[in-house]
Design a protein around this ligand. Sequence first.
Ligand code: FES
Length: 159
Amino acid sequence: MSDTPAPNWKSTFPIRQSDEHDVSRRQFCKVACCSALAVGGGWLAKDKLFPQPKATEPNLIARVEELPVGGYKLFAYPTEHHPAILVRLSESEFVAYSQSCTHLMCPVHYRHEKREFYCPCHEGFFSAEDGRVLAGPPPRSLPRFPVEMRGGEIWVTPA
Ligand code: FES
């Protein structure tokens, strides 16, 4: 033992250096439980904090004669802030998707000769048949919206 008196702070914080790295089972369980609760609570609250927009009403998008086969029309859905695209794949087949690339939200463009959507930002490609990723960095398919033909009109309906 040395003769030098212990500094004042040691009496205020009486923790020995050798004990500083010891973690009791109880302390470990407290930290683990608090972390699990924080992560679980965050997961449950994400829909409340960042709600996904949902349309509740069918929207009239176009009249059939507006679009030739291979043609497309841009519209907004489910809100005015969400660009979407309606494509006429054949005489009787219409499809509608979000126009925002699932990678970093650049607008996608339709190429009828390949029946695909192209994102020029990072060379992303999606199938126009079902929206699946064909190539590039997009992590998931383009969101698809249900389309209904009513007489000569094309409606997008809530999923
Ligand atoms: Fe579309 Fe990156 S934003 S590929």
